[in-house]
Write a protein that binds this ligand. Sequence first.
Ligand code: NAD
Length: 450
Amino acid sequence: MFSESVTQLKHAYASGRTRPLAWRRAQLDALRRLLAKHTQDFIAAETADLGKPAAETVLMELNLVSSEARFVRHRLRSWTARHPQPMPWALQPAAGWTIAEPKGVVLIIAPWNYPVLLALEPLADALAAGNAVCIKPSELAPHTSQLIAELVPRYLDGEAITVVEGGAEETGRLLECEFDHIFYTGGERVGKIVMTAAAKHLTPVTLELGGKSPCFVDSTVNLNVAARRIAWGKFSNAGQTCVAPDYVLATADIAQALAERIALAVTEFYGENPAMSPDYGRIVNDRHFDRLCGLMSDGRVVCGGTVDREARYIAPTVLLGTRPDAPVMQEEIFGPVLPILVVEDVESAIRFIKDRPHPLAAYVFSNRRAVRRAFECQTSSGALGYSLTLAQLLSSRLPFGGVGASGMGAYHGKAGFDTMSHIKTVVSKPQFPDTLQMIYPPLHTVRTAL
Ligand code: NAD
């Protein structure tokens, strides 16, 4: 069944139907219509899957996919045009240019935490580039997966775009098929499985992974603003966000005050009892709930710390004075637990980050230029945010992707279009004058000195 679906996509791609710009635009428009017409259905599906607040589904998922589709649609003509390049004198006379061609059939494997955004935003980029696409949503967001599987064939070209539902087993079988590009978002363990499978066919991969994204704060910033931005980034979607600040490194002079202000921001956002807030989400499943409960033991609880297993609710929790060797610092938290570690100074914070795998994002709250520059030049991360968390992903003009352990490749806007395209070099040289004869053998007359 899987290989038949993929074969059908290959036929559709080979027929040339996905190449015309008119087809691409029609699909992108249809994608936006799908989102607009079924907003309430998506809200309901995500509430069922994740207890996700309606506004979060709309603002952080539906709107972002829609604006990405609009952004790439309006730039298609220029991105698919020939881009002439100057030729070196040795090749003259000649003309050279690059042209983007679709890769072919793209497999998109999506996770559960932003189940619409992370399935359909790469879809927009893949369609813009003129590919046929197979989407594999996450089985851990089953209502959303089912909704995507139901709506995509109703709105988009069913010959060239298909949805395959299922978990590890089904994804494993899909991965046996030969694709022209695999775009995977999720954890590192499965990322390795995906890359190993791709290697068999020499298929290029984009891996959008995660990791522990640090957040440094010193005394030069307004702590109220910093606290609110950190709390928003951390506790949106109950902390189940790949670019959420995973932990805070704070200098000793402000650590306590910062912790208290983050606690205050939590109350401002979600009220005295976040369990009652319509704006606060739930943990995706029991396994993640139990895992997170095991990560709350190290550090003084400044706020939160309460849980309700039945509802898979974990209160927004701030821990102060967590030790680097605590369990919560050994894995990506991916939940609403925020440890604050006290560091001596900026140098030790940078050392701390450099000693660990490259994160998907790093955040710096400092008004000192030298501090910002030190982070920019000395640490490596998918993205770096000054005085913000999360919001770097809102722009279609900025590439989004990881580095090292947090992934490879990027998407959003032009970066996404390029990822889903092959940039082909074309060189055209007139037959006369035949200047290439200067480098034909015999070469003993050519001077080899540089
Ligand atoms: P997940 O469990 O939903 O898995 C992701 C996908 O892999 C799913 O479609 C799933 O069916 C498939 N899968 C699971 N096991 C598999 C196997 N054995 N073989 C083949 N396919 C398999 O998602 P997750 O891994 O729990 O996601 C959480 C991680 O994803 C976190 O580390 C987070 O940081 C990262 N993430 C990264 C981004 C990003 O944009 N970089 C976004 C969201 C999440």
